[in-house]
Design a protein around this ligand. Sequence first.
Ligand code: ZN
Length: 81
Amino acid sequence: MIDTTTAPASASTPLTAFDRCDACGAQAYVRVELALGEFLFCGHHAAKHAEKLRPEAVHWHDERSKLYAGDARTAPVGADS
Ligand SMILES: [Zn+2]
């Protein structure tokens, strides 16, 4: 339930190789925007924190589909778009 009509412009900005996971420093694939700030997470930490942060997230920008493209071994966890 992401309301794109009220999301800030930054919400749709693609993540780049310069965006790093706040937890481990790996390349970030998820940007979680909260009322008080934002977090960047790699696929691993996005999955780890999704349960807690999803209900509080103003916007959940998820590019983990990039990670899983062409990799049938790993199923997306909680990915929706
Ligand atoms: Zn991480």
